[in-house]
Write a protein that binds this ligand. Structure first.
Ligand code: SF4
Length: 354
């Protein structure tokens, strides 16, 4: 019996789990949420030089294999992540695990045909119509999750009832997990929770501090890999904006790249790889829109974002916008992050008053 697993990235395990269960008709084992143990396991068996997402993924795989998984799916690309699968497979085999490793990456990008062919090999009844139906529902789930995350991010720091946003998000996710979805039911769910979020009482000053979060996609989308930095910023009463989402990566990025390079031509000649071009151009846009500050985050060892950082320094000077940089690895402590965020907060607050 196939027991399939895949790596975590934020809350996106919900639509991925939905898709895999429906197209493969196999058991899907979602790895346990990322904890200190996951990071320690991943780091222990990874080469030192790889970037952090490799280590988190490896930790996810080990925990899922221990929970009975026997098939590992890997997908992703756009940077050296696209070449990690083979190495992860070899490390896990050397550790003595017995499993099948299925890699959907082709030419450093996820191949939808590979996903279909693999699902078809497990589920003979699958055809292109049923596959497209579940893929469509999955896409809608991802889009509504991303759309619904925007308002809480901007207003969480001003809630009147403690955890009201978090509790509403939990309710939404439970409904998203439980229902037998159709495109229409998903749209209804979206509208229901959009209303719910907007009805939560907040106490938000008109001229509150506003920051933009830019940087490496995994650190941005997997909160446990960046010490929950969004929550930490919000807890200080800051309106937080971020732009990297799975919706963007899957459906928008490909078409935006040319425009981004055009917009950023003062600082960029070529695409920097992964999301680093976005980091540069978004920072320009945030500065032009008079945000109070920019928080740049990346996993330790991320070369594309390292290249972006020197350009961001120039943007910070040219536009007179404060930028703070965080690089996360297995040793990053909450205390260190909080201290730096508080200092940054004091600085942008003073700048705003001046
Ligand atoms: S974007 Fe950077 S940290 Fe993320 S997988 Fe690619 S190289 Fe690694």
């Amino acid at each position: 019996m196939n027991k399939i697993t895949f790596p975590h990235m934020g809350d996106y395990y919900i639509p991925i789990n939905y898709l895999l269960e429906n197209i493969t008709k196999s058991i899907v084992i979602v790895p346990p949420p990322i904890t200190k143990k996951t990071i320690e396991l991943g780091s222990k068996y990874s080469p030192d030089y790889v970037c952090m997402p490799f280590k988190y993924n490896l930790g996810n795989f080990i925990e899922a294999l221990e929970n009975g998984a026997n098939v590992i799916l890997q997908a992703g690309g756009g940077c050296r992540y696209g070449y990690y699968a083979e190495l992860q497979e070899q490390i896990l085999k050397d550790l003595g695990y017995k499993f099948e490793f299925v890699n959907f990456i082709e030419n450093n990008h996820v191949s939808i045909f590979n996903i279909y062919n693999y699902a078809k090999s497990l589920n003979k009844k699958l055809n292109i119509i049923s596959f497209s139906y579940y893929a469509l529902n999955t896409a809608i789930m991802i889009i509504i999750m991303d759309k619904l995350s925007k308002y809480p991010r901007e207003n969480l720091g001003f809630e009147k009832e403690k955890n009201s946003f978090l509790n509403t998000k939990r309710q939404f996710q439970e409904e998203l997990k439980m229902k037998k979805h159709t495109p229409l039911s998903l749209v209804r769910l979206f509208l229901k929770y959009k209303r719910k979020y907007k009805s939560l009482p907040i106490n938000k000053p008109k001229n509150c501090l506003k920051i933009g979060l830019v940087g490496e996609l995994y650190s941005i989308m997997e909160p446990n890999s960046s010490n929950n930095i969004e929550l930490k910023l919000a807890s200080l009463g800051i309106e937080v904006h971020r732009f990297t989402t799975l919706t963007y990566l899957l459906f928008q990025k490909k078409h935006r790249l040319k425009k981004l390079l055009k917009k950023g031509k003062k600082y960029l000649k070529y695409h920097l790889g992964a999301d680093a071009t976005e980091s540069v151009v978004l920072s320009m846009e945030l500065a032009e829109k008079h945000y109070d500050g920019i928080v740049h985050i990346k996993s330790f060892g991320c070369t594309p974002e390292l290249n972006a950082m020197s350009i961001l320094e120039k943007i910070s000077t040219d536009y007179e916008i404060p930028i703070i940089y965080f690089s996360f690895d297995s040793g990053t402590s909450d205390v260190g992050i909080e201290t730096r965020i508080e200092a940054f907060y004091d600085m942008i607050l003073q700048k705003k008053k001046d």
